[in-house]
Design a protein around this ligand. Structure first.
Ligand SMILES: [Zn+2]
Length: 315
């Protein structure tokens, strides 16, 4: 399975459609002047997280991967001390894009994280939060997507949890939300002049972060992504939270851990189905792989995908 996963990562590298990985080697940004590329996945019944693997063979890890994000963070997840992250982002004009599944801010910045150098490529929002802490969702979550300077395939996401607040709000979020009505439709972009995210960076530079290795939370669900999840929340004014929610709707993948260790959620739920249904579905799956073990695992994932399209079964 490891070999298959590694092979798929390589094959996916040039094909990926992902807002979480947008602007990285996994999903290079469209050149200046070209239309914004919109993903084919979403969060609905047909194109949502339980069927991302059914949208493209490139997305098989969304169903068969065993180290997926997001997760419910509990006491087993280690934390890094304040100062682990040093984010430096100059005041700059930024492009603010509506990607259909997300709104994304394209900017540049430098971060030193765990003593290594990273480039900040973009940040974007999920609502509600993708990560849970001890089972609790938050209003939203911002993903600051970094790539390692010495290894551009290596992706690190600084994820900061956001709470709606009646009394305070991060100023750069307010600036963005005051511009969000200029990009209500997928594919639209606008320029926000002189965005200053130093307030956000100061928080990131002075709090502990949970640290774990997972995956992109959007197709193709590529693994090996380092997640640093904030131990404290950032405030976003209620009115501005409602503006964000109005545009991104709901764009959080369900958590991927809390089931038998290192098993994919979809495969796990497939196992809970009656044996007869599993046998019939697995018999219909035809996937060329390199070993019986890999074939069985992927066949089950594919079968799980097909099950969603079956008419109600008789147990
Ligand atoms: Zn994301």
């Amino acid at each position: 399975m490891k070999f298959l996963a590694a092979l798929l990562v390589v094959l996916n590298a040039r094909l990926a459609l992902s807002s979480c990985g947008h602007g990285t080697v996994l999903h290079p940004r469209a050149a200046a002047g070209e239309a914004v590329e919109l993903p084919n996945f979403g969060y609905g019944a047909d194109n949502g997280p339980t069927n991302w693997h059914g949208l493209s063979a490139d997305n098989v890890l969304c169903a068969a991967g065993t180290n997926q994000s997001p997760i419910n963070i509990d006491s087993t997840i280690p934390t890094e001390q304040p100062g682990f992250i040093t984010m430096n982002v100059a005041v700059q004009d930024v492009v603010f894009e509506n990607l259909g599944t997300n709104v994304e801010v394209v900017l540049t910045g430098e971060s030193t994280i765990g003593g290594r150098q990273f480039a900040l490529e973009q940040f974007h929002f999920h609502s509600p939060s993708e990560h849970l802490v001890n089972g609790e969702h938050f209003a939203a979550e911002v993903h600051l997507v970094h790539v390692a300077k010495d290894s551009p395939e290596e992706i690190l996401v600084v994820a900061m949890l956001i709470e709606a607040s009646g009394t305070s709000s991060v100023d750069s979020f307010d600036t963005l939300m005051s511009n969000i009505n200029r990009i209500p439709t997928p594919g639209q972009t606008t320029t926000v002049p002189a965005l200053d995210i130093s307030q956000l960076a100061t928080v990131a530079n002075t709090i502990p972060f949970f640290n774990y290795k997972g995956s992109l939370t959007t197709p193709p669900c590529t693994e090996g992504v380092t997640f640093l999840v904030s131990t404290k929340t950032l405030p976003l004014g209620v009115d501005n939270f409602n503006l964000l929610k109005n545009v991104v709707k709901g764009n959080a993948r369900f958590v991927q851990r809390g089931i038998p260790a290192t098993e994919n959620v979809l495969v796990s739920s497939f196992r809970s189905l009656p044996l007869k249904v599993r046998q019939e579905s697995a018999a219909n799956a035809s996937v060329a792989t390199t070993s019986a073990t890999e074939r069985d695992t992927v066949a089950e994932a594919v079968a799980a995908a097909r099950l969603r399209r079956l008419t109600p079964f008789h147990s």
